[in-house]
Ligand binder design. Structure first.
Ligand SMILES: O=c1ccn([C@H]2C[C@H](O)[C@@H](COP(=O)(O)OP(=O)(O)OP(=O)(O)O)O2)c(=O)[nH]1
Ligand SMILES: [Mg+2]
Length: 158
């Protein structure tokens, strides 16, 4: 059986369910909207979920978009994945964005709008140096390996 972690949860709206995993083995527990929301094309809104949590030290929760909302309606999360810190006791909120150029999206209270992934996280101890150790990648990034449709691979500008 996979590792499990106990997370305290407080319902701020007793009429709504606590986050739930749809299937065994799912990484994300679905979060619901605590209010109706209407998003015009290109519009975003901070949507309450009706829950607050207390994570153990050494954990964080990440608010991920749902692929179905993205594929069907173009609804995503502006700051995906949102980070819920272990010390945060406020309501979890989701900043939804309607990326569709034509259609307004209407979501109802109780609709599943995002999914919460709880993960262990490390705290870094930053050691300042003047030179970093070399690596195979070096400073290449932002498409340095090419592979874009219709474009030739180029080392320039990497
Ligand atoms: O999608 C999100 C992202 C964040 N939060 C909450 C939990 C998190 O612990 C807190 C702060 O988030 P973050 O550090 O990303 O925001 P910030 O803009 O840096 O605000 P702050 O200055 O409060 O840290 O807001 C959410 O409810 N949903
Ligand atoms: Mg912050």
């Amino acid at each position: 059986m996979a590792d499990k972690v106990d997370v305290l949860i407080k319902r701020l709206d007793p009429g709504l369910p606590v986050p739930a995993y749809a299937h065994p083995g799912d990484a994300g527990a679905d979060l619901v909207a605590a209010a109706d929301v209407e998003l015009a094309p290109g519009e975003r809104a901070v949507v309450p979920t009706g829950v607050a949590i207390a994570l153990p030290d050494g954990y964080a929760a990440f608010v991920h978009p749902r692929s179905g909302l993205g594929a069907r309606f173009g609804v995503t999360i502006v700051n995906a994945p949102g980070t819920v810190d272990a010390g945060y006791r406020g309501e979890i909120k989701v900043t939804l964005l309607n990326t569709d150029l034509r259609d307004t999206v209407r979501l109802r209270r109780g609709d599943r709008i995002a999914q919460l992934v709880v993960q262990r996280v490390e705290r870094a101890v930053f050691h300042e140096v003047t030179e970093l150790p070399g690596s195979a990648r070096g400073a290449g990034g932002f498409g340095s390996t090419g592979g874009f449709p219709g474009h030739q691979h180029s080392q320039e500008g990497a």
